[in-house]
Design a protein. Sequence first.
Length: 256
Amino acid sequence: MNAAVLRYYRDLLFVLVAKDLKVRYKSTFLGYAWSPLHPLAFAVVFFFVFRIIIQFEVENFALFLIAGLFPWHCLSNSLVASNAFFLGNGPPIKKVRFPRALLVLAGVLNDAVHSAISIPVILLFMLCCRVYPSPCWLWGVPLLFAVQLLLTYGLSLLLASLNLFFRDLERLTVILVLLLFYLTPVICPEGMVPEQFRWMLYANPMAPVTVAWRGLFLEGSLRLGFCAVALVTALLVLVVGHLVCRKLEWRFAEVV
């Protein structure tokens, strides 16, 4: 693949991401403010239920919720939307020759931008709780962003490809993401998971990266065990996603 082709694909990816960013909150009053407001609203609900009603005892519980919900929402939003990445782009798939995976990558990058917008909100909550960023952020934030991007891209590519042939997958994805939410220690510390179910933290592809993000925000350090599991899982999922996409890609135009 020569340099001219690579530049063409790069420019195409840039245009796709810019289009998605422009269209996503078009004609809305709050615009990009919806990116942090969505997980913030969930955090308020969970804080009321688990701290006020159930009186769940966790230090800095509001920050604890925010630090877990923001990365989770970025992952879950991409997965739920991934079923439409190919299905909603029929005209370009039928008429233009380009790697179809770029459509998925553009959608995932779009959610990554909104995730980056949320970091200042987390920082504000940290300062209110007198928890301060550490030097580990300098390499921890880029590393976890890269791992999360790889994981999200791989899962989204797999779901987007399969959904063209199994349309029920769109509904199943919503159910599966909801199930994974309760199997991921977002609203409770991972230490509270009973020992016999601790393996779920590693079997669930979304749990290690979510826990690693929260460890970075709350403790100012990288939990290397969770980071390693998240990276290996992300690479495996990415390989599977690409293999499935390449095997089915030749039929996309006829079924989209």
